[in-house]
Design a binder for this molecule. Structure first.
Ligand SMILES: Nc1ncnc2c1ncn2[C@@H]1O[C@H](COP(=O)(O)OP(=O)(O)OP(=O)(O)O)[C@@H](O)[C@H]1O
Length: 320
């Protein structure tokens, strides 16, 4: 696995595991033994299938969920398990941007109040300073200052996302966690938001974690890319080496699953090469036992990424 030089991580997850109660008294392991670090001025891309544990991992990093085991460290100090004021103080440095930021916006609040709310909550500015601070934050995200008086419903998706970024960066965090932050936007708007994030990262030396389904996009933006599969980090690679270096069957399947423009969907149903429908046989001892709802043939070699000695261990989950 690659290391981002010898720099000290700003935010570090060490062997974090999170389980949730599931139906019939079972438990679902959303993240298992995940160890990943974020470095100042760098982006860690996190890709993987829906339900792979990406959002849960970000929620663990920001303290919205607490790990069942393992720990999260900010600037070398453990922050997982903190409560009350200590958790609030730690969270100030780690902010999130969501796919639909308007869900977090009060529909009756004007943009100026939305973006300045964190600063008021932390008593960093007084209410009379809101108009001036709002203009500064809007400029930062390249929105006209007259947007300060608008309501969220009067903004486009891309403009709303800029407001979400302004709000997240108002507290000048060291870490920005982007959960599908551009996924709901069309390609041109997506590009402009990515350019904004990259510019702000360079100016402010922010560490970014960027969760996305789009491996091609993540590859362009990230210094390193982690591939999550069924709660595990199955690969961690230098950003642009994804296509050349990926070894795990799941990553290879993702790379191979880009739609062919010549494909005629009216005549053929696209299936991933090697996909084998059928009931699942999940043997005892399989580390993914509680997660296998479907397994493609490519993934028959579930390869726990944890230890070199385990690399040859292929657990025999397969469709029979
Ligand atoms: N609070 C919760 N209670 C129970 N199960 C949960 C909870 N949060 C997440 N899960 C489950 O944990 C697993 C991982 O979910 P998570 O949202 O982290 O995946 P994801 O990779 O972000 O998916 P997506 O790409 O679709 O957003 C899923 O099976 C999900 O249903």
């Amino acid at each position: 696995m690659c290391e981002a030089g010898k720099k000290t991580p700003v935010l570090e997850a060490k062997q974090v595991t999170k389980r949730f109660p599931a139906a019939h008294g079972q438990t679902l392991t959303a993240c298992e033994n995940v160890t990943l670090s974020l470095y100042a001025g760098q982006t860690l891309g996190i890709v993987g299938e829906s339900g792979g544990g990406k959002s849960t991992f970000l929620r663990l990093l920001v303290g919205l969920e607490q790990p069942d085991s393992g720990e999260v460290l900010y600037q070398g100090t453990k922050i997982s398990g903190l409560k009350g004021k200590a958790l609030r103080d730690a969270r100030r440095h780690i902010q999130m941007v969501f796919q639909d930021p308007s869900e977090a916006f009060h529909p009756r609040m004007k943009v100026r109040d939305i973006i300045c709310e964190p600063l008021l909550n932390y008593h960093i500015i007084r209410r009379q300073e809101v108009p001036e601070k709002a203009v500064e934050l809007l400029r930062m995200v390249e929105l006209p200052e007259e947007f300060a008086g608008r309501y969220p419903k009067d903004l486009s998706g891309g403009q709303r996302q800029r407001v979400g970024i302004a709000r997240a960066l108002a507290l000048e965090p060291d870490v920005l966690l982007c959960d599908e932050a551009t996924s709901a936007l069309d390609v041109a708007v997506q590009k402009s938001i990515i350019e904004l994030l990259v510019r702000l990262q360079r100016e402010k030396n922010i560490a970014i974690a960027f969760v996305c389904h789009d491996l091609a996009l993540v590859r362009q933006l990230s210094h390193r890319t982690a591939v999550m599969y069924l709660g595990h980090v199955v690969e961690l690679m230098d950003g642009r080496d994804v296509a050349a270096r990926s070894l795990h069957p799941y990553t290879r399947a993702m790379l191979g699953s880009v739609f062919d423009l010549n494909m005629d969907f009216t005549k053929e149903i696209p299936v991933l090469k090697g996909e084998t429908p059928g009931p699942l046989h999940v043997p005892e001892g399989c580390p993914f036992r509680d997660r296998c709802g479907f397994v493609r043939k490519e993934c028959a070699g579930h390869m726990p990424p944890l230890e070199e000695k385990e690399k040859n261990h292929f657990c025999a989950c397969f469709a029979v």
